[in-house]
Design a protein around this ligand. Structure first.
Ligand SMILES: Cc1cc2nc3c(=O)[nH]c(=O)nc-3n(C[C@H](O)[C@H](O)[C@H](O)COP(=O)(O)OP(=O)(O)OC[C@H]3O[C@@H](n4cnc5c(N)ncnc54)[C@H](O)[C@@H]3O)c2cc1C
Length: 473
């Protein structure tokens, strides 16, 4: 929709709501300035960069609100609920699927001013408000001799609340797990304004695990305001290893054997031949091969034992530390998508997971499906997260739409990749979530459980104020 038209949309009831919020919270926590509305019209959903270059925005909110406490969040949520005005929780805006796009207007609730941290060293627990920035959190822990072990590529632009809401996972996940393994308790504001605290006991058997309702809920069931996260002592030792294999299958089988023996390197990344050339072009020994980089870390005795297992099981040529160092240097690079759009190139990444038994089939099917869309310049992948049961493939495509709009073309590639994933027995998302880009496939992924999700949404949010229609629920 052209920007001028969107700017005219939806000012009515909203004015009453905004003035109520301003009088309760204070004007300095609320903005209706066009520049702020525009800034919060999108997240990092790559296709929206093309829309913005054409002078279109995905959607505009009517106001942006910056709460500074759980009490502030409660006040906003209660007013929105009474007046049936949509609310979109917002962390760093680094989501890549449009989950934070204010599709129906209303209030964007940016939690970044809620950023206090408290460490309980004896219990290896960190209390973190939802708006705490990822990089800041890790630095805070490192100074005290700890780590969270959560390093999404978007560590710098993302927040604790966003991690929980999207069920994020980081580059060191094979050892430390995804965010779902780190959250021990949380506080949330429900759509009608009640606050719940799910306490961070080491373990409890007190009915279903309610915190899991919020992990991956993308702001559709409430606002996460605080979390208690498990932390680890800062690793005593870090071992860097890399290998070159003749083919993807060799590397995958090697990693599978390592995991079956119980070793858990923190980082394992296997790059197909195209991505090996792209990332490691300076390394002659990796050229034309499949590169694997690994980091083993933790207590030095355990790390040495894991190293031994890796060296026994990995069938490939050891390439030493340099590839790992190169990866460490570039691992937080988040600028690719925004660099490509102004050149007219449609670029995106699609992450899915699959059991070991179907891994190679899925890789081939998704790559071929993407390449079958006319205009695709390249489609490639690396495997970035590993489990004894399976693996996550992270596909990348870049293309110049031929005779189609960027959006039509983008959707064609996505359709091809999602169809091939479902047909190959994969899960349609491993860690980016569903958002507005993937919602049309969620029903097929969940089968009859989609109705359960819809009913949970209706039961908790009967007025549909919380991030309406995100995930298609
Ligand atoms: C270059 C790049 C690399 C990335 N790499 C990774 C990666 O390695 N691993 C990974 O998992 N993801 C990755 N992502 C995706 C993204 O960074 C994650 O999804 C991240 O968790 C989003 O956090 P955020 O704070 O930016 O959330 P936002 O984008 O602001 O919001 C995401 C969703 O969460 C909801 N939400 C936000 N805060 C709250 C809250 N407090 N309560 C309730 N709902 C809330 C929003 O409404 C929205 O639905 C990457 C993104 C980019 C651009």
């Amino acid at each position: 929709m052209p920007l001028e038209e969107v700017m005219k949309r939806g000012h009515g009831n909203f004015e009453v709501v905004i003035s109520k919020i301003s009088s309760l919270l204070g004007n300095e926590k609320v903005s209706t300035k066009e520049v702020d509305l525009l800034s919060y019209s999108h997240d990092y959903w790559p296709i929206t960069l093309h829309w913005m270059l054409e002078g279109k925005v995905p959607a505009l909110p009517n106001a942006v609100v910056w709460p500074e406490s759980t009490e502030d969040v409660v006040k906003v949520v209660k007013i929105a609920y009474e007046e049936k005005v949509p609310i979109y929780p917002y962390g760093g805006g680094s989501g890549v699927l449009g989950a934070a796009v204010p599709e129906y207007g209303g209030i964007v609730l940016d939690l970044k001013r809620m950023r206090s941290l408290e460490l309980y060293e004896d219990d290896l627990l960190l209390e973190a408000h939802a708006g705490v920035n990822g990089y800041y959190l890790e630095k805070y822990l490192n100074k005290k001799g700890y780590t969270l072990g959560h390093f999404p590529q978007s560590l710098y632009p993302s927040t604790v609340g966003g991690w929980i809401a999207t069920k994020a996972t980081g580059q060191f996940s094979t050892k430390y797990g995804g965010i779902e393994d780190m959250v021990l308790g949380l506080e949330a504001v429900l759509p009608w304004g009640d606050v719940i605290t799910l306490k961070p006991h080491a373990r409890s058997a007190t009915g279903p695990d309610l915190k899991k309702l919020f992990i991956g809920s993308e702001g559709t069931l409430g606002v996460v305001t605080k979390a208690w996260l498990k932390v680890w002592p800062y690793p005593e030792e870090r071992i860097m290893l890399s290998f070159a294999s003749e083919g993807l299958e060799d590397a995958l089988l090697s990693v599978r054997r390592i995991l079956r023996r119980g070793a858990k390197p923190a980082v394992i990344r296997i790059y197909d031949k195209i991505e090996t050339k792209r990332h490691f072009y300076k390394f002659d020994e990796a050229y034309g091969k499949v590169a694997t980089v690994m980091i083993i870390e933790g207590d030095s005795n355990i790390a040495s034992a894991e190293r031994k297992i890796v060296e026994e099981e990995f069938k490939g040529k050891p390439l030493g530390e340099e590839l790992v160092k190169r990866w460490l240097k570039t691992r937080f690079n988040v600028k690719e998508a925004s660099e490509f759009a102004p050149l007219g190139v449609v670029f995106d990444t699609i992450e899915v997971s699959v059991h070991w038994s179907n891994a190679l089939k899925l890789y081939n099917n998704v790559i071929n499906a993407m390449r079958s869309v006319k205009g695709v310049l390249f489609a490639s992948a690396h495997a970035s997260h590993f489990y004894p049961q399976g693996v996550c493939f992270y596909f990348t495509f870049a293309s110049t739409p031929r005779g189609k709009s960027p959006t039509e073309f983008y959707n064609d590639v996505w359709n091809a990749a999602m169809k091939a994933t479902l047909e190959s027995g994969g899960a349609i998302s491993h860690h980016h979530g569903i958002g507005r880009q993937r919602r049309k496939w969620l029903k097929e992924e969940l089968g009859s459980a989609f109705e359960l999700l819809r009913r949970v949404k209706r039961a908790l949010d009967e007025r549909e104020v919380m991030n309406p229609r995100d995930m298609g629920v």
